[in-house]
Every structure is written in structure tokens, then in C-alpha cells.
Design a protein around this ligand. Structure first.
Ligand code: AMP
Ligand code: GLY
Length: 418
């Protein structure tokens, strides 16, 4: 079987590593992939958002199954285009991907169907938004409606910050059209949990819960990033809370999407806050998380490709989805300065083999792996205890080198103390 994976980060590297375990897979193409993924797949220089060329490539190569991993091609309708050309895909169609593509859509959906989330107001008029900010409770959270590379959420601790966020999105158009409409919502407190799930639109199977570390610096300080490390399972996410989430959030979401004529198939990502009022949805994503995927998939015992096909074909209820009962930790190595300006172009060297080292931002130059992004790679290690997994992940990081390498030293510390 010939497989095509659209995307080129650490998440895609983890997906490809897992798909390769299926003995029927003869070739995997990554579009565009990256210098590290090139060790495991054939990288094709087509951008993940270049849908016409993705479809043309898949058609020409007679791809048997495609996985569309990132948010932007999903929201643009990449799955619809591929399926229209007879190429079966894992991932939601455009109508369903709106659950991530529009925060206003997802907030309205939750309210309409009684799914617990933060209270909110939505605005298309800047003056009205500014007026609201004058009297609302502080802190408050200002969110661009559309996709914004993970940067469209501002936690405003003062009224002035909230006003600035509104100006930045609606007047200065920092996120382009994505900020033409905004959501202003209640600030929630509590431990955060990510739950990725497989769904075929009827059955939903949650994967192992995880805990991302979004801030750049130790102690959860500094700027928000795409994620500096993850541990799984998340110790705050007990069996009781999992059952409550299934009943009040996961299944109602699947049913709500069906009622709206937007059946969701693929990986549905639940970003949850465990508040004193119970679990609430912070956000939905229409895809695997990055770097959550890099901890969850290495624990998957069942065949990923079989599960992905079952999600598309509506046969998930009859498909085995089993995870190892272990702990796992993933530490991200970034370029110094990330998420702000950073230098790239430094050679990456490895003292050990690269098993479960997922490459995100690197390219191959004359056979050498060279840094080419903010988040460069992530090292994932498992253990019988969380402590073992954390120690092993840091031991792996110690054996990888490049100039200006930066990583947090405290990934998993909060989970250890939970
Ligand atoms: P997002 O880009 O939607 O994942 O949001 C980025 C981060 O902002 C989340 O992971 C949360 O830590 C935080 N966040 C988003 N919405 C809220 C909220 N209503 N209350 C508190 N924190 C939030
Ligand atoms: N790690 C957060 C995300 O994938 O959106």
C-alpha cells in the first residue's frame, strides 16, 4: 500500500513512524515532510496547503490512503478534494473541520447542545467589543475566530491588555481575516488536559490523556509556544473524570456535529480545563495535537493504519484500539529565542540512534541534518513510572546536540507532584 501524509512537523513524524509498523505499507510519501522525516518517508516538496498539487500528486502516484494532519489543509477542504478524486482519507471534511476553523462556530455549538464551556460573547464590531471589555470581569480571554497559528488567544490580565488585544485583532488585523470576528470569554482555572480521540462519526474512542507544557520557560513562565513538552497519562484525569467527559462532552459533541449535518471523522482533539464546576471545553481541534501525538502514538499497541481506515469507513466500533499501560514523557528541543526570533542552520548530531526522536524543524543539507525551525525535535521515552519516563527523556536529550539548543528542564514536574 502507498500512503501519503500531508504535513511536515514532529506530529507527522510520529504518525509516519507508527504507520510504518503495518507490514502492508510499501511506501510513505510526506508532503512536504522535513529533513528528519526523510529517514522514514519520501519527502515531496509540496506545501501542506497546496491542495491542487497534493491532489495531482496523489492521483499520479495512485495513493491508496491519505492522512491529512495539519489544521489549515483540513479547514481548506483537502480531504474533500482528495476524496472527490477517489483517494480515501483520514481526517474531517471541510464542513466538520470548522469545529477548529471557527471559534464562534464551536462556542455556538457548545451552547446550543449544552456542552460545558467558558461563558462568552462574540463580536464583529470593534466598538462593541471595546465597550464590553470596559465592564467585563478580569482576567478575560480574547480569541480570534479563525486559525492563527496557535497565537490567536490572549489571556488579558488587565483591562488595558484586553483592549490592546481587541485593537490588535480587529484594527491592526494581526491575524488577517481570522481576527475579523472575535470571541471574548471567561477565564477558566484548573489543570488542563488534552484528550485526543478517534471517531468515525458514531463511535468515539479516546486515546491516553496528556498534559502539554505551552509556556516557553520553566515554571510555566514566558510566552506561549506550540508546546515545549508533554507527559501522559495526565494524572489529574481520573477514571471518574474520564467517564464524566465521555457522557457530557465527547459523545454530545459527536451527536451535535451529526445533527448539524457536519459528521466528524478523524481525530477530534479536546482541550479541557478541569474546573471546580467540572470539566469544560477550552477548545476543539480537528486533528492530532502537536506535541501530544508524539507521546500518545508511541503507546498505541493496535495498528494505526487499520484504525484510521475504520474512522473513514465507519467501522470503528469493530476495531481494536489499545494502548500500553505505561507512562511517557516527551521533551522538545527548540532553537534559542523561540517563540520569538531565533537563528537556524546549525548541524544536529546524535550520540545514540534516533528511535522515537521526532524531528520537527530540520532540513537535510549534503546528508547533514540542519536546524530549520523554532521547535527542532522532540525526544519521547516511556517508563513504568512517570519518573522513569522523564529521566529517560532527559537522558535522550542529553545525547542530542546543536548550537543554541534550548529546552525546558521541568517537563512533567507538575504531574509528578499532582
Ligand atoms: P488555544 O490556542 O485555544 O489552545 O489556547 C491557548 C491556551 O490558552 C490554552 O491551552 C489555555 O492554557 C489558555 N486558554 C484558552 N482559553 C482559556 C480560558 N477560557 N481560560 C483560561 N485559559 C484559557
Ligand atoms: N499542542 C496544542 C495543539 O496541537 O494545538
Amino acid at each position: 500500500m502507498k500512503i501519503m501524509v500531508v504535513g511536515g512537523g514532529g506530529r507527522e513524524h510520529a504518525i509516519i513512524t507508527k504507520i510504518k509498523e503495518n507490514p502492508n505499507v510499501t511506501e510513505i510519501f510526506a508532503l512536504p515532510g522535513n529533513g528528519g522525516i526523510a529517514a522514514d518517508a519520501t519527502c515531496i516538496d509540496i506545501a501542506a496547503t497546496d491542495i491542487d498539487n497534493i491532489v495531482a500528486f496523489a492521483f499520479k502516484e495512485k495513493i491508496d490512503f491519505a492522512v491529512v494532519a495539519p489544521d489549515d489543509p483540513l479547514v481548506l477542504g483537502c480531504v474533500d478534494a482528495l476524496e472527490a478524486h477517489g483517494i480515501p482519507c483520514f481526517g474531517p471534511d471541510k464542513k466538520a473541520a470548522i469545529i477548529e476553523g471557527s471559534k464562534i462556530f464551536s462556542k455556538d455549538l457548545m451552547i446550543k447542545y449544552g456542552i460545558p464551556t467558558a461563558e462568552y460573547a462574540k463580536f464583529s464590531d470593534m466598538e462593541k467589543a471595546l465597550e464590553y471589555v470596559k465592564t467585563c470581569k478580569i482576567p478575560i480571554v480574547v480569541k480570534a475566530d479563525g486559525l492563527a497559528l496557535g497565537k490567536g488567544v490572549i489571556i488579558a490580565e488587565t483591562r488595558e491588555m484586553a483592549e490592546n488585544a481587541v485593537y490588535m485583532m480587529m484594527q491592526d488585523k494581526k491575524f488577517g481575516e481570522s481576527g475579523a470576528n472575535i470571541v471574548i470569554e471567561e477565564f477558566l482555572e484548573g489543570p488542563e488536559v488534552t484528550v485526543l480521540s478517534f471517531t468515525d462519526g458514531e463511535t468515539l474512542i479516546p486515546m491516553i490523556s496528556s498534559q502539554d507544557h505551552k509556556r516557553a520557560l520553566d515554571g510555566d513562565k514566558g510566552l506561549n509556544t506550540g508546546g515545549m513538552g508533554v507527559v501522559a497519562p495526565n494524572p489529574y484525569y481520573t477514571k471518574e473524570i474520564a467517564a464524566e467527559c465521555m457522557e457530557k462532552i465527547f459523545l454530545p459533541t459527536i451527536k451535535a456535529m451529526n445533527k448539524e449535518g457536519r459528521t466528524f471523522k478523524g481525530c477530534l482533539y479536546f482541550g479541557l480545563m478541569l474546573t471546580t464546576d467540572g470539566p469544560k471545553v477550552i477548545e476543539y481541534n480537528c486533528r492530532f495535537g502537536d506535541p501530544e501525538t508524539q507521546v500518545v502514538l508511541p503507546l498505541l499497541k493496535s495498528d494505526l493504519l487499520t484504525i484510521m481506515k475504520a474512522c473513514r469507513d465507519g467501522t470503528l466500533a469493530k476495531t481494536a484500539v489499545e494502548f500500553e499501560d505505561k507512562h511517557v514523557c516527551c521533551v522538545v528541543m527548540a532553537s534559542k529565542g523561540y517563540p520569538e526570533a531565533y537563528e537556524k542552520g546549525f548541524e544536529i548530531t546524535f550520540e545514540d540512534d534516533r528511535e522515537n526522536i521526532f524531528i520537527a524543524g530540520a532540513k537535510l543539507v549534503n546528508g547533514k541534518l540542519i536546524t530549520d525551525g523554532g521547535r527542532v525535535l522532540a525526544a519521547t521515552r516511556t517508563g513504568d513510572t512517570l519518573k522513569e519516563a522523564i529521566d529517560a527523556a532527559y537522558a535522550a536529550i542529553d545525547k542530542i546536540h546543536f548550537e543554541g539548543a534550548y529546552f525546558r528542564r521541568d517537563i512533567g514536574r507538575r504531574a509528578l507532584n499532582a
